[in-house]
Design a protein around this ligand. Structure first.
Ligand SMILES: NC(=O)c1ccc[n+]([C@@H]2O[C@H](COP(=O)([O-])OP(=O)(O)OC[C@H]3O[C@@H](n4cnc5c(N)ncnc54)[C@H](OP(=O)(O)O)[C@@H]3O)[C@@H](O)[C@H]2O)c1
Length: 265
């Protein structure tokens, strides 16, 4: 099969004509960088970008102003199933036959949430928030947007996970809620890969670790990282799309880092 190669430098083996894409969690950080790259890529026909507060997503709105025919934004809070269902219903009027979907939204910290260093800091409220966004979110997106995915041919789903969600790779402990929510997300990814491939052998769903990326999410923890290891969102977005675009059916349900190496569960 021929690959489409365009000026972004990305190639899309197995895609012979321009395709529709969706980015969930596109307001900023990695989601925004991935959306930008897809909008610039001539292999992509249309990008549906979702975020919870479109009016506050200034950089995404700017991208929309410059690409009104190629990009559509809808509001969608991934922690609210009703809202996801409404978003999916709206999306049926805006796009069809999505062949690339990237789940980006994630939380590690905010004004009221800090990753736990010790078990005494664990709280049900915080665990629920981590699981709601990081684990349940991508799964519910697939539940409600399933009918919009192409029923046959190559379909790529990338769920942004984190190496710290690897049980086999956990040698430091701590970060109970974030780690466990990403481990659960990885299990959901595996389950979806198995279920969906029964109907479409070319359906591929993988977990992706972006590395450490200079976004709000990593900001309080970056002092531990050597500067050479810190990636810009644009560079990380490019690497993630390179890994995802080259995945084969045999890779579905697996967990890959931004450099293409496999991460243990
Ligand atoms: N940055 C890193 O070093 C790193 C490392 C490993 C894994 N990751 C993973 O990569 C993904 C992207 O992270 P990032 O670095 O780009 O983080 P970020 O810059 O903090 O962006 C987080 C994104 O998640 C969205 N979000 C949070 N809660 C949401 C909700 N309830 N509904 C919809 N959207 C919601 C945010 O939207 P709002 O603008 O509305 O808040 C924002 O778009 C996450 O899954 C993260 O776990 C990142």
């Amino acid at each position: 099969m021929h690959a489409i190669v365009k000026e972004t430098g990305l190639s899309w083996p197995g895609f012979t004509e321009p395709f529709n894409a969706m980015v969930q969690g596109a307001s900023r950080g990695l989601g925004l960088a991935i959306t930008r790259l897809l909008v610039e890529d001539n292999s992509v026909r249309h990008v549906l970008a979702t975020c919870r507060n479109p009016n506050d997503a200034h950089d995404l709105q700017l991208l929309l102003e410059q690409n009104q025919t190629k990009l559509t934004i809808i509001g969608l809070d991934v922690s609210n199933e009703k809202n996801i269902a409404t978003g999916a219903e709206l999306a049926t009027h805006l796009t069809s036959q999505i062949r690339l979907l990237i789940n980006c939204a994630g939380i590690l910290h905010d004004d009221t949430l800090r990753p736990e260093k010790q078990i005494k800091e664990v709280s049900v409220d915080a665990l629920q928030r981590y699981f709601q966004v990081n684990a349940f979110g991508p799964l519910l997106i697939l539940k409600h947007f399933k009918s919009l995915l192409a029923p046959r041919d190559r379909v790529l789903i990338g769920n942004l996970s984190a190496r710290v969600g690897s049980i086999g790779d956990n040698h430091l402990g701590g970060w109970y809620g974030y780690r466990a929510s990403k481990a659960a997300q990885n299990m959901f990814t595996r389950g979806v890969a198995i279920e969906f491939r029964r109907k479409n052998p070319d359906f591929i769903c993988v977990s992706l670790h972006p590395g450490t990326v200079a976004t709000t999410l990593s900001e309080p923890f970056r002092h531990r990282i050597r500067s050479a290891q810190l990636q810009s969102p644009a560079a990380a977005a490019m690497r993630l799309l390179q890994v995802l675009s080259h995945c084969k059916p045999v890779d579905s349900g697996e967990f890959f880092a931004y450099d293409g190496t496999r991460i243990p569960w």
